[in-house]
Design a protein around this ligand. Structure first.
Ligand code: ADP
Ligand code: MG
Length: 685
């Protein structure tokens, strides 16, 4: 037995954990006693809430206290399973308890004994049944644990192994210092951190558990927000090229645009110019729905920068999008003699070298390309601004790593981030706490609402007929296949087979193209080219078309298995149509029986407001699904639920109240640790 347990004691010194188990623990990131303390249960079984059989819920597990009311009967099924059944009652009704392959159980379940049983109650015509419940004998003097933690498991670990190990390190809770200042803990009704950690593992009642969770979530969000505001002030220590309006002829640029700006566009551009005229780096996010006209904001910023004698870089997440930005910028900036170049994977090596050289010499003003290329070994003569079209990546981590501490007076380019993911305002305050945010919340005039329908597979024939009619009218269509997990190869197959099937059996006289992640960028370009020129009328695709593609002649989008997509993603996809003058239609096909799925699709048919959709999405699915697999890791909080608007508001208030943070205080260390972890590329916890 251990004499002196410390936070950094390796777990193999804990009773019950040998080197083999220690290796399993290590595989889930638990190496020390402290790691174990912070390995929280995923959920809890509330066995303390005992129901009467007559009133017990049948849609979630519940606890009953029952008396055995007969002799257990045993039966063997054909495949050799042993079934044990027994009737029990609590005076309000009867329940049949059923066990599989538990040889010993009939000896325990003797008539007249009292048990607490916990499981799913099924109500059938023949009465109530509970299969494989947890049974605990109830008798005088026995203290049953009411709230049972359920830990996330991996192979080789059981609930018991984990809770036995946790029990041994629990005394360390007394030594956990508070991260949050005492005043904050008191004011917001939180508990001490050690107490909170203890309650997470062995809660004595639900109310205490809630307080514990709230305490840890509060700390997590507060530290995150403090870290972001620290990032903000750190980034302001750098120097950036200070520009001004003089000689830019900006009015001529505006006059050259084929449309007049919407008022949020105008406001945003003004804010951007204001930033560029300061000698600290701009760190601004432009948030605007698909089609709200963010590109022209970027173009204006780039024009302004080049006219001030600096270069600009514009990064996009995909080649298709980079190429599109390149074409747009070229059209807008060429007339002013501004040189724009495209740098993507499909540009020939020789040409790439030439462009890089020209950028280093300053004979090219603007480079447009994919992130990897532009961020690689490209050198600029005088980079003034980097514009990133993030679409829906969040990049808190990348931004954190950009902020190297202590490097003052280093010249930095201004940064403009454009995000097409509308997220609830409160949430963007958190995730982008280190950035200044401009929101473009009005669409350019003349946009038509996209008619959206949610239908079942029964309508398939009619939908195909409708697509055919639209094509006969001279329009084009997208058909989106459901994404098969993260497996690109399966996606390729799904798309190709479906396209072939449609080509053969449904649209034999219509030219169909297909697009998926496995195509080379050359092939993708070719397909997009053929679709956008109208040569191919239907494009069968995975969600790769989601980002940015602009084919105004496309008026229909059929989305297969629409329930598999997140609302925000559906919204992004839908944004590919309704870009021209003709009325557009989006058909969401789904055979899902789930009420929730139906509700979600109904939201799509009712609104086209990205912010409203985002809010609904976040509320319904929680942050993990809202941001999607890939991003959620990046902003994964251990305890905090970022859909919890009250918590968000309160932590915002708390952050404002924390005026100064003493160096060496626990809070200071926690904020520092945030940077350490982000540097290692880990998640926020
Ligand atoms: P996003 O915000 O999705 O990047 P874009 O910048 O691609 O949107 O703009 C979408 C379309 O709207 C483009 O064809 C663009 O030319 C057009 N557009 C942008 N601003 C305006 C405006 N103020 N008036 C009319 N059309 C506009
Ligand atoms: Mg865009």
């Amino acid at each position: 037995m251990l004499t002196e347990l410390k936070f950094d004691t390796p777990v193999r010194f804990i009773r019950g954990i040998g080197s083999a188990r220690a290796a399993i623990f290590a595989s889930i990131g638990i190496e020390t006693a402290k790691d174990l303390l912070y390995y929280f249960p995923r959920r809890y079984e509330n066995r303390g809430a005992v129901y009467a059989i007559a009133e017990a819920p049948d849609d979630e597990p519940c606890a009953l206290v029952v008396t055995i009311d007969g002799m257990p009967s045993e039966r063997r099924s054909k495949n050799g399973l042993l079934y044990t059944k027994v009737i029990a009652t609590d005076g309000t009704g009867f329940v049949e308890l059923v066990f599989f392959n538990q040889r010993w159980i009939s000896k325990t379940l003797t008539k007249g004994r009292v048990f607490r049983v916990y499981g799913h109650l099924e109500r059938g015509l023949a009465g109530c049944t509970m299969r494989s419940p947890v049974v605990e004998a109830v008798y005088e003097g026995r203290q049953l644990q009411n709230i049972i933690p359920v830990y996330p498991l991996v192979k080789g670990l059981t609930q018991k192994i984990i809770s036995d190990a946790v029990k041994q390190v629990l005394p360390l809770c007394d030594q956990i210092p508070n991260t949050l200042p005492e005043e904050i803990i008191r004011e917001y009704g939180l508990v001490g951190k050690g107490e909170a950690v203890r309650m997470m593992h062995f809660p004595t009642d639900m109310e205490k558990l809630d307080r514990a969770r709230r305490t840890l979530a509060f700390e997590e969000l507060t530290v995150f927000r403090l870290a972001l505001s620290k990032m903000k002030s750190l980034s302001r220590q750098y120097k950036a090229p200070k520009m001004d309006y003089k000689g830019t002829g900006i009015a001529r640029f505006f006059a050259s645009l084929p449309f007049s700006l919407t008022s949020p566009q105008e406001r945003t551009i003004k804010e951007v110019f204001g930033d560029l005229c300061k000698d600290t780096p701009m760190m601004r996010l432009v948030q605007g729905d698909v089609g709200s006209g963010k590109t022209v904001v970027a173009a204006a910023a780039i024009y302004f920068t080049v006219r001030n004698g600096y270069q600009a870089a514009m990064m996009a997440p995909t080649e298709i999008l980079a190429t599109q930005h390149y074409n747009t910028l070229k059209k807008l900036l060429d007339p002013f003699g501004i040189k724009v170049a495209l740098l993507t994977g499909s540009v020939k090596q020789k040409e790439k070298e030439q462009i890089k050289q020209a950028l280093a010499q300053g004979s090219i003003d603007v480079a447009v390309g994919t992130h990897a290329l532009i961020q690689g070994d490209v050198e600029y003569k005088a980079l003034g601004i980097a514009v990133t079209d993030e679409q829906h990546r969040f990049g808190v981590m990348q931004r954190a790593t950009l902020v190297e501490k202590g490097e003052q007076n280093i010249l930095r380019a201004h940064t403009l981030v454009m995000s097409a993911t509308p997220i609830p305002r409160t949430l963007s305050l958190i995730l982008y706490g280190d950035l200044d945010v401009s929101v473009i919340d009005v669409l350019p005039p003349g946009r038509q609402k996209i008619e959206t329908y949610a239908v079942t597979g029964e309508y398939r024939e009619r939908v195909y007929a409708f697509i055919r009619k639209q094509i006969e009218m001279g329009h084009q269509a997208y058909i989106i296949c459901p994404l098969v997990e993260e497996n690109e190869e399966l996606n390729r197959k799904a798309v190709e087979e479906y396209a072939e099937e449609l080509q053969k059996n449904v649209f034999s006289d219509i030219k169909i193209g297909f697009l998926h992640g496995r195509l080379s960028s050359k092939e993708k370009d070719k397909v997009m080219q053929e679709f956008s020129s109208g040569e191919r009328k239907i494009l069968v695709s995975t969600t790769v078309v989601e980002v940015g593609v602009d084919v105004p002649n496309a008026t229909v989008m059929l989305i297969e298995n629409a329930d598999c997509f997140g609302l925000s993603q559906l919204h992004q996809l839908r944004g590919r149509i309704g870009r021209g003058k003709a009325k557009s239609y989006c058909i969401l096909m789904s055979d899902s029986k789930s009420e929730k799925a139906k509700e979600r699709l109904a939201i799509m048919t009712k609104t086209s407001d990205g912010f409203e959709i985002a809010e609904a999405d976040l509320k319904q699915r929680g942050p993990g699904d809202f941001f999607g697999e890939r991003q959620s890791g990046e902003i994964a909080f251990k305890c905090a639920d970022i859909a919890d608007m009250k918590l968000i508001a309160e932590t915002g208030e708390a952050v404002r109240k924390i005026k100064s943070i003493e160096p060496d205080s626990e809070l200071y260390k926690a904020v520092e640790q945030f940077f350490e972890k982000t540097k290692d590329g880990k998640t926020l916890n």
